[in-house]
Each structure stands twice: as C-alpha cells, then as structure tokens.
Design a protein around this ligand. Structure first.
Ligand SMILES: *Cc1c(COP(=O)(O)O)cnc(C)c1O
Length: 381
C-alpha cells in the first residue's frame, strides 16, 4: 500500500485497519472466509485468484495490507507462527549457502538452525552482531546469502545496527532479514534502514492478547528470493487459520496504545531497578548506560520496547525466588501481551544458552506501572 493510497499515520491505520469496508455488506470489520476451496470459472480460470486455502486465504488480506503499510514494504505474508515465518526465510535458501546469525537470538529459532537447517546443508555461523566490524569480517562475498538479525535480541536485548550491517551485507551480495518482534513496526522500520525482509512473531505485540499463534514476513521487493519464500508458505501450508487471522486484526487495532504503555512501563521499571542493591544489572536499551543505547536511540523511535531483563546479585536462587513470589507478574514464557510476564529464562533455553542463570526476563504489559514495581519488589528474597 503506497503512502498516496493511505496517507494517514500508523495510529489511524491500526485503529481503522486501513479503513477497509467490506464492499458486499458495508461491514466495518472484514468477514472471515472459512472456505477451503473456490469455484473455477467456465474458462477454467480462477476469477478472484483464490484457489485453495492451504496456500492463501482472503481473510489474511487486510492484515497483510496493514503490515505492508506499517513496514512500508512491497508485500506481507501471514504465517501460522513466528517460527513458520522465520524458517520459511531459511528454507528459501539452497544447500551450501552461507548464513550469518547472532549468538544472542530467539532460542527456538537458534535450536532449529542448529538441529535442522545445518542438516539440510546451510552453512550457518553464529557471531556477535553488536559489532558491525565483526559482521563485515565474517561476510564471504558471493557465498553469504543471508544475514539474520534480531534487535533488540532475546534475552539480553543486544542491539544491532541494521543500516550499517545492511550496507556491508549488500556489498557482499547478501540479503538482510530482521526479527523485529520485540521492536514492533511502531518503534523500528527495518526496511527503511536497508533490510530486505522483516519478520514478526504476530503472537506477541501484533496480536497482544496471548490468544493467537501467528507470524508474518514483510518483503522490500518481489525478487526471486521472495518468490521462493512465498512458495515455501504456499507449498508447506505454513498458514494460520482464518479465525486466527481475524482475531489478529482485532488485536492489532490497539497495538499503538499497548506498545506505548509497555514502553513507558519498561523504561520506568528499568530506571527504578537500576540502582537497587538486589539487582546486579538491568538490561534495557532505554538506559543510557546500556551498551547498545546509542544505536537503539538512532533506530528506535517512540520507545525502547516493552522487554527488559534483570540479573540478581543473589544469583539463580534469587531469580527463581522472585519469579515464584510475584503475584501480578505471571510466571510464563512468551511476551508482548497485555498481562506482564516474568521468566527464569535459562530454565527454558536449556544447555548451550548464552543466557546467564541469574537472569529474569520481563515482558511489561499494560497494568499500573507502580503496582508492577511494588509487586516485583515484594517478591525479592
Ligand atoms: C516468540 C518469538 C518468535 C517465535 O514466534 P512464535 O509465534 O512463537 O512461533 C520468534 N522471535 C521472537 C523474538 C519471539 O519472541
């Protein structure tokens, strides 16, 4: 969707889901299409382009149009999960292709890359993505096909310089894909910074209510790599149910309000806990003392995200104690919902994780920030 065809801000685009009105009924909310198959014309063609719902479904269109607008991309594709979206990007590559990925990244994807992608012939190197020089050094001109970024990166919230890395990657002939789940399309627009593909776990901030699993990719252009990725979705059937797509659109209508609250609360909690004697370190890109703060300030607008981590001076025992004694912070994995979550992250990531044992990952919801702080403080040992 071009700027001309929809000239309004992200807030207006979200609240009105681009102002799309169902032509047949004048409904202000688009219909859910449950059909799995579509009638051919007498000339044997498919007059609407709809064929079979393993590949695509008209219920996705308003969500994809909204994501295309928010990321200012060429096209968006909905997937059945964030992992389905992310893995499609790697499945679009070919055996022998060289890939650079961050040492600190979403654990389930790192696991998949190690356990599946390498077996299928991808040559993946995990490197420090916070240092652009390191990335430049590891790029192999003509061989590196993809640089995968995640910024802020789970669960240490490491920041990568998308614009600087994209310049080096493109010079070497590689594309750049960014897992922008935690930044959301409201805080960072990776395509405008030079990335080629953006990935979101729509399960998180996009839907925002912990009741839909979905994912999305937004591409900058319709090149052969993007066409392969689109074919992966269609041929693998890596699609969400139409009901989930509709519920996702409902959730997205309030994303700007939820993300704004979550950012303000995360900044407040990070600042309040920063000098606390029970806390060894607060990891949050919005703290001026944070290693990636300067770059975060350049590539994030309107906030530094709703995610932070804290390391406890009392080690793993203290961390697990806190998670066991909070009442408002719910002890659960995931992030980006309206309810705040707390997690002893090393427990879920398992062996080989770069996550320290004394770390708690916190996803700020939209509750009263003072009550959230009080609840955390009363849980300290
Ligand atoms: C949750 C998450 C994913 C995976 O998304 P699912 O929808 O759970 O498959 C990928 N990246 C990040 C940063 C996430 O938080």
């Amino acid at each position: 969707m071009s700027k001309k065809s929809y000239p309004y801000s992200p807030a207006t685009a979200l609240a009105q889901s681009l102002g799309i009105i169902d032509q047949e009924t004048q409904a202000v909310v688009p219909p859910i299409h449950v059909a799995t198959t579509y009638l051919r014309g007498k000339d044997n063609s498919y007059p609407t382009g709809n064929v079979y719902s393993r590949a695509d479904n008209p219920t996705y269109k308003p969500v994809e149009a909204l994501l295309t607008k928010l990321e200012e991309g060429h096209e968006a594709l909905l997937f059945g999960s964030g992992m389905a979206a992310a893995t499609a990007v790697f499945q679009g590559l070919r055996p022998g292709d060289h890939v650079l990925a961050p040492k600190v990244m979403y654990w389930a994807l790192r696991n998949w890359l190690l356990n599946f992608a390498t077996d299928w012939g991808l040559n993946i190197e995990f490197i420090d993505m916070t240092a652009t020089e390191t990335v430049a050094k590891h790029l192999k001109a003509g061989e590196t096909k993809l640089v995968w970024l995640e910024t802020p990166g789970n669960p240490l919230w490491c920041i990568s310089d998308i614009a600087a890395i994209a310049k080096f990657a493109h010079a070497a002939g590689a594309q750049v894909a960014v897992d922008s789940t935690c930044a959301t399309p409201l805080l960072t627009q990776p395509l405008k910074l030079g990335a080629d593909i953006v990935m979101h776990s729509a399960t998180k901030y996009l839907n925002g209510h912990s009741d839909v699993i979905a994912g999305a990719l937004i591409g900058a252009r319709d090149d052969t790599y993007w066409q392969r990725i689109r074919a992966v979705r269609a041929q693998n059937g890596a699609v969400p149910s139409p009901h989930d797509a509709a519920q996702l659109l409902r959730g997205m209508r309030t994303m700007h309000l939820r993300v704004r609250e979550a950012c303000q609360t995360a900044q407040f909690i990070a600042e309040q806990l920063d000098q606390h004697p029970a806390i060894a370190q607060v990891l949050y890109p919005g703290l001026t003392s944070f290693a990636g703060h300067t770059i975060a300030k350049q590539q994030m607008a309107g906030g530094f995200g709703g995610m932070l981590s804290v390391r406890l001076t009392g080690g793993a025992t203290a961390a697990i104690h806190v998670a066991a004694h909070t009442k408002l912070w719910k002890r659960a994995t995931s992030l980006g919902g309206v309810e705040s979550l707390i997690e002893h992250r090393a427990s879920i990531e398992g062996e080989g994780t770069p996550c320290p044992e004394d770390l708690l990952r916190m996803s700020c919801g939209i509750e009263d920030p003072h009550e959230l702080l009080e609840d955390f403080l009363q849980a300290l040992p």
